[in-house]
Design a protein around this ligand. Sequence first.
Ligand code: ASP
Length: 288
Amino acid sequence: MEPAIIVHGGAWSIPDFLVEPNIKAIRRAVERGYEILNSGGSALDAVEEAVVIMEDDPSLDAGYGSFPNEEGLVEMDAIIVDGRTLKFGSVASVKRVRNPIRLARLVMERTENHMFVSEGAEKLAESFGLDLVDPQSLISEFALRVVRDSGTVGAVAIDSRGNMAAATSTGGIIRKKSGRVGDSPLIGCGAFADNLIGAASATGKGEPIMRVMLSRLAVDFLARAPPEEAAKMALEVMLKRTGGRGGIILINSRGDVGFAHTTKRMAVAYAKDGEVKALVSELPPAEH
Ligand code: ASP
């Protein structure tokens, strides 16, 4: 099976000053994930490492560079999903973990549970040997220049054995209320993966995404439509039923990739059949 990977750096009104830095970051992320897949690595490793690169990048709203909440602190959420077993690991409201996606993977693989929040999640991180960092050290100059909106990063991949995985990580909405958790760490909302059909990672304001369980909805559509179409169908349901806008990346069990967004812009990169593409997609004004 030919491996493939698609990543996103968020669907929102990405300001001009972030376009080039975002493209650079998502290109590096997709290249790293693709390299792992091409050397026989798993889809889980590919999405985790791709997301770590995006979490470490100051221009993207996840890990270092997360948008601060109303108290000026970052509160991050992340999820990773294994399409082979349907198992997942997720964390919410963590403030002192530089790479929440690594903690999500440890939750999935080293605990009997699927989701941990806040201090409990941080205690677990320490017990797994992850360093806890000063929350202020996660705030980047780029994040301080953003005045409204939200971002998120995500990746979905299929490896040479046909296994699929999805991962999503976010700092959430800028100046969100302390304790607010969006869709990103919730299974079927921020991400979903099932080897039998496909995998998804979603972005956009979390509340509407939760109401339609966007990632699960899009994967259901994948059973009967190619990825780009399935992505559009799911976003249309969300827009019609809730008025919410967002973006989603998808991959199906044949390794076809696709994405769509109803926001002004979306940062997306994908790699397949030896080619890599990274862009900020933009909708004409009438469509967002
Ligand atoms: N979905 C994220 C949240 O609501 C934000 C985003 O994807 O832009 O926390």
